[in-house]
Design a protein around this ligand. Structure first.
Ligand SMILES: [Zn+2]
Length: 265
């Protein structure tokens, strides 16, 4: 059983696109471009798939462009993290220091947040402030998936991030999935990021306990965060076409299904 959590950051629409295509593939055997995807459909039929296409409908509704494709870093900062009331970018880590993102100092509310200024990736999981994260965790808790992903997007190459605050065995499991997925991308001439190394939580700036961590703790799932390229135009961006973004998403789902089925024997 696999849980797919669509973007909780509204401007990261690549995962929403991927999941809507996956739903269409499961229904018709074709993606929304009309391309045959019967192998993925067959693989999907052997699994129980739980699909939450949009993890933050407020944030997605706030995004005016259809995607950030071919845009710059300032577009990403504006639509993602938003601005202060003096029209400066919230930026990082300030955009995460103030939570909820409400008050007189807030200008344009970025698509990280729901309409009440809550970033579902970093809700207070023991005492939730918003409805999105608890709704997602309820599905995970009731269904108990084997594997779960929170779909995000960034400037760089496709990457599975190290899940934080889970056992090293779970981290190793996700690392093995990353090895298999990156091999598929390589074979299809698609870019991929570097592998993470499993480790214990530590350091001056430890990783946040986020939605991905919480999914593991309520369900036992191997849970991870995936970052897809937006296809920005910046020098260091991973430059991909729309079709490649879809291929990157569908290849991830394929690798996840194979991984979950292999573990079932
Ligand atoms: Zn994100």
């Amino acid at each position: 059983m696999i849980l797919f959590v669509g973007p909780v950051h509204g401007h990261e629409v690549e995962g929403l696109t991927g999941l809507v295509n996956l739903i269409t593939i499961m229904d018709t055997g074709k993606d929304l471009q009309g391309k045959e995807q019967t192998e993925l459909q067959e693989l999907g039929r052997r699994c129980r798939l739980l699909i939450i296409p949009a993890g933050n409908p407020d944030g997605i509704a706030r995004l005016e462009p259809q995607s950030l494709h071919a845009m710059g870093i300032e577009d990403l900062r504006f639509w993602g993290q938003g601005t202060w009331s003096d029209d400066t970018f919230c930026g990082w880590p300030e955009s995460k220091r103030q939570h909820p993102m409400v008050g007189d100092n807030v200008g344009f509310l970025g698509c990280y947040f729901n309409d009440a200024g809550i970033n579902p990736m970093h809700d207070e999981f023991f005492s939730p402030m918003g409805p999105e994260a608890p709704a997602i965790l309820k599905v995970a808790k009731e269904e108990g998936p084997d594997l779960a992903v929170s779909l995000h997007s960034h400037e760089s190459k496709p990457a599975l991030l190290r899940p934080a605050y889970v056992t090293t065995e779970k981290q190793e499991d996700i690392r093995q999935l990353a090895v298999a997925y990156y091999a598929i991308l390589q074979e299809r001439r698609l870019p991929h990021g570097a592998l993470f190394d499993p480790r214990a939580e530590s350091g001056t700036y430890p990783s946040p306990f986020n939605l991905t961590s919480a999914i593991y703790h309520v369900s036992g799932a191997s849970s991870f965060t995936f970052e897809c390229p937006h296809g920005l135009s910046t020098d260091r961006a991973c430059k991909v076409k729309f079709e490649e973004i879809l291929d990157i998403q569908l290849a991830l789902y394929e690798a996840m299904m194979q991984h979950a089925l292999a573990k079932k024997g």
